[in-house]
Design a binder for this molecule. Structure first.
Ligand code: C2E
Ligand code: CA
Ligand code: CA
Length: 870
């Protein structure tokens, strides 16, 4: 065909066949450059090669026959000027690249347009002939779908960008505006990396290299992209290689903004972690610090501060790791009553958004905060999830006075919620901690805390510290108050005692409730023994004023033991035990006093404790006996009654006197059962004697402790015993010591009234020793007998007018009140003579008989009246 053709026709045919086979469905044409180097001399555009071969597919595609196309230029097939230009551009690149592609609109024979994708390959050099082959693929449907697709991507919220092989952006979807604040055109022609927060993406290049080199790869990755406002958004991207797609010619990157979702997941994870650590009891400080950091990470340039309020609205703790220290201090110093103080404690309406420069309330702190570059504040209340109490405040300081964005407000609210949980939990635990170390009733530190404090004190010194004292304060006969006035009143008294003890010592001294009615005072630098004794005296004095509880006035005394830290090896337990031992000794000495510990006290106390154990056992074994001492009528010497006196024969040789075991029984409460025992034995014996005709009118006198008077069942016990033994109530006389009346007059009067009501006789025992006032005696006027204490009787021996006067006055008083007088402890005829002279009615004493077991006393009882002529 052409002169400069180098291929033979057969060779050319074989080439065309090979191309056709390779092309599949595509239309193919082979064209030959019109002039060497593809250029017409003088022409501005390269000459368009003329067609030398077309396959059937191209004929079908264009509607032209092969014959019609042969010899035509490739331009013959395109319909529009713009497409002619594209063909030129495609061909112009061929010498360098050897291949090219373009999307073109062809004009068919019937003049309808058809979209094709054309790719051109140079066959130059292989055979000396300047041939090129072009493949045409129908693209019409694809373009239609491309329109649809474009519409789609322009409207989805996901961001779609196309990156050229060179790495610059060639397409940016409109979502860039909404997601990142960029006009989509801004990025065109610029590298993607310009928009990335690069520190985070060392591997992005690798991703793109992979995508380019691995066909079909579809990797997904996250990238942090900086938005127009500087904020960083996390985009989850997937990339598709469409470099070969002539319509795209690039890497299509579809990005979804997962910042919020990620944030939410992060927050949730962080929240879960926080709640878990709160539940595990992480220190409040650590939790609040984490919370402030969590907030600050999400609200740029914020300094968060969390303040914890106590019940009175005072700022207990505050955590603000990023707030300048002096600013926080100023903040905490703000008075609760100031405008700011009020806002801080109760921001209303919550939350409050403040402009520190303008808002009046910030007046005091303005300079400090503005100096620190803080101008805006958002204030949120921390509310107890349980009961709505305000627990604290979250203050978020910002360099500007802007309000939080929706997401910032969300974070703040979440932090508020978490902080509230943490603070409430902490407050609860704090309360538990407090409860574990304090006594609920008095609010004083408890035994645990006392031991802790004392150990600390002793360890701190590590050498003898005679200036540190432990005072063990035990209320005397407190059981009586509890039993007589009820536990509520007892608690009331304990509370008042705690207050008075606390007020009686220096603020730095330590007052603890050790248990029941026991208190311990620790005092450092008391100034040796004298100083410690002065404290004990002060403690005793502060209890002297009567207490009022349950409408009654109650007198409380205390026994106090003092121990000093004289031994360097002294430990807390030892020191308290020493003070306790000394206190026991004070009790033994008659209560209402103090004793300084010395080693010898141990033995006494040990003895006393074992006595208590033994007494308990003796009672259980029914070993307590009752002996009787006659009471003699001074007018005729007749034995009108007997006083029952408890005896404890501990061994065959030793009988313990009630003076030793009754106080132990009273202190331990054993007196109630012991007293019942004595009463039962006495009634039984009296009944037995009264069955003897000569003793028909014999009276029986039984001692009753104050503690027994408070026993609600006493009256019933008495009634039962009288009935059981067929005794007339008037046969029984109950003796109550004067001191029992002084201690709790109201209660004693109540109990005795009741007993008197059933016809039982009553006697005031040990009159003159219990500091009873006339008032007391008058309130006790229902008593039938007044027993003049043996100390006065003993003094009559000396025949001093003063002693006679006391006895005489007692007799006169008793008679005036209609009582019978009984003189106790009459040992000599001289005493007897004076008593008779003074008009005393009855007497008992060794002069007539010692107390004796019933059987031993019987001869005397049956012997008739005693001669009073001694
Ligand atoms: P009290 O009620 O004042 O009893 C009189 C005490 O004086 C008795 O001592 C008696 O043995 C003693 N006594 C009698 N005559 C003479 C005397 O001429 N000279 C001397 N020096 N003493 C004399 P006792 O039996 O040792 O009892 C001591 C105290 O123990 C009693 O004093 C009483 O308060 C209490 N007590 C005794 N038995 C009981 C009891 O069953 N219940 C209660 N609650 N207290 C009891
Ligand atoms: Ca008595
Ligand atoms: Ca007496």
């Amino acid at each position: 065909m052409s002169d400069n053709s180098v291929l033979s026709d057969a060779e050319r045919l074989r080439l065309f066949e090979a191309i056709t086979l390779h092309a599949g469905d595509a239309g193919v044409l082979v064209a030959r450059a019109a002039a060497p180097a593809g250029r017409v001399p003088g022409a501005t555009e390269p000459a368009i090669p003329s067609i030398v071969f077309v396959n059937d597919a191209l004929c079908r595609l264009t509607g032209f026959s092969a014959e019609a196309l042969h010899g035509q230029t490739m331009g013959f097939l395109v319909g529009r000027a713009v497409d002619v230009t594209s063909v030129h551009a495609l061909l112009a690149g061929l010498p360098e690249t050897g291949s090219g592609a373009a999307a073109l609109t062809l004009r068919r024979r019937d003049r309808t347009p058809i979209q094709v994708e054309v790719s051109v390959q140079s066959l130059a050099g292989d055979h000396g002939e300047d041939l090129l082959v072009a493949f045409y693929r129908d693209f019409t449907d694809k373009v239609a779908s491309d329109h649809w697709f474009r519409a789609l991507i322009e409207n989805v919220t996901d961001l779609i960008v196309v990156i050229s092989a060179e790495g610059t952006l060639t397409y940016v979807s409109p979502a860039a505006e909404t997601l990142l604040g960029y006009n989509p055109t801004v990025g065109i022609g610029r590298p993607l990396s310009e928009f990335l927060d690069l520190d985070q993406h060392p591997d992005l290049d690798e991703v793109f290299t992979d995508v380019i080199s691995t066909p079909g790869a579809h990797p997904a990755f996250g990238m942090n992209v900086r938005g127009a406002d500087g904020s960083v958004r996390l985009l989850q991207a997937s990339v598709t290689n469409r470099l070969d797609d002539p319509l795209v010619r690039g890497l299509v990157v579809a990005c979804r903004d997962t910042t919020d979702q990620d944030e939410a997941e992060h927050l949730l994870a962080e929240q879960a972690g926080l709640l878990e650590s709160v539940a595990r009891g992480a220190p409040l400080e650590a939790t609040l610090e984490r919370l402030t950091r969590m907030l600050e990470r999400r609200c740029s340039d914020a300094a968060a501060s969390i303040g914890v309020l106590d019940d009175n609205g005072a700022i207990l703790h505050s955590f603000a790791p990023s707030l300048p220290k002096h600013a926080l201090e100023e903040l905490n110093r703000s008075s609760p009553r100031s405008a700011l103080g009020r806002i801080l404690r109760e921001p209303q309406p919550s939350p409050v958004f403040a402009d520190i420069e303008r808002d009046r309330a910030w007046h005091h702190l303005r300079a400090t905060l503005l100096d620190a570059g803080l101008r805006g504040a958002w204030l949120y209340r921390l509310i107890a999830p349980g009961d709505g109490r305000q627990l604290g405040i979250l203050a978020v300081f910002r360099p500007t006075a802007e309000r939080p964005s929706a997401s910032e407000a969300g974070v703040c609210e979440r932090v508020v919620h978490l902080a509230s949980i943490a603070v409430e939990r902490w407050a609860f635990e704090d309360q538990l901690r407090h409860q574990a170390l304090h006594d609920i009733l008095t609010g004083l530190p408890n035994r645990t805390m006392l031991l802790e404090r004392l150990s600390e004190l002793l360890e701190r010194s590590g050498r003898p510290r005679p200036d540190a004292a432990t005072l063990f304060v035990d209320l005397d006969l407190f059981k009586v108050i509890n039993d007589s006035l009820g536990h509520a009143a007892g608690d009331e008294v304990l509370g008042q005692v705690a207050c008075r003890l606390r007020a009686a010592v220096r603020p730095e001294d330590f007052v603890a409730r050790f248990g029941g009615d026991e208190f311990v005072v620790l005092s450092e630098q008391v100034g040796g023994v004298d100083g410690a004794v002065r404290i004990a005296e002060r403690l005793a004095a502060t209890l002297q004023q009567p207490f009022s509880a349950a409408g009654a006035s109650v007198v409380v005394t205390a026994s106090i033991g003092i121990a000093l830290a004289i031994d360097a090896r002294m430990d807390a337990e030892t020191m308290i035990r020493n003070a306790d031992v000394a206190m026991y000794h004070a009790k033994e000495l008659g209560r209402d006093g103090y004793v300084l510990f010395e080693d010898s006290l141990y033995q006494r106390v040990a003895h006393r404790l074992s006595l208590e154990q033994e007494l308990r056992q003796a009672l259980a074994d029914d070993l307590i006996e009752v002996w009787f001492q006659p009471q003699v009528r001074l007018s005729d010497g007749a034995i009108v009654g007997v006083e029952a006196l408890a005896r404890w024969p501990r061994t065959a040789e030793e009988t313990i006197s009630p003076g030793r075991f009754i106080p132990v029984a009273e202190e331990t409460g054993l007196i109630v059962s012991l007293g019942r025992d004595v009463l039962a034995r006495a009634c039984r014996q009296a009944a037995a004697w009264r069955r003897v005709p000569a003793l028909r009118t014999l009276g029986i006198t039984v001692n009753v402790s104050a503690r027994q008077l408070t026993d609600a069942s006493l009256c019933d016990t008495v009634i039962d015993l009288l009935e059981e033994n067929g005794l007339d109530p008037s046969a029984l006389c109950l003796e109550v010591t004067e001191s029992a009346l002084v201690r709790d007059l109201d209660r004693a009067v109540q109990a005795l009234d009741k007993l008197h009501g059933i016809g039982v006789r009553l006697a005031i025992d040990d009159f003159g020793t219990g500091y009873a006032t006339l008032e007391h005696v008058r309130s006790f006027s229902m008593a039938d007998e007044l027993k003049i204490d043996q100390s006065f009787v003993a003094d009559l021996e000396r025949n001093l007018s003063q002693d006679r006067a006391i006895v005489s006055a007692s007799v006169v008083l008793a008679h005036a009140l209609g009582m019978t007088t009984v003189a106790e402890g009459v040992e000599t005829s001289r005493q007897l003579a004076v008593l008779i002279e003074l008009g005393c009615d009855l007497a008992q004493g060794y002069l007539f008989s010692r107390p004796l077991p019933a059987r031993d006393l019987e001869p005397l009882l049956l012997g008739g009246a005693i001669s009073l002529d001694f």
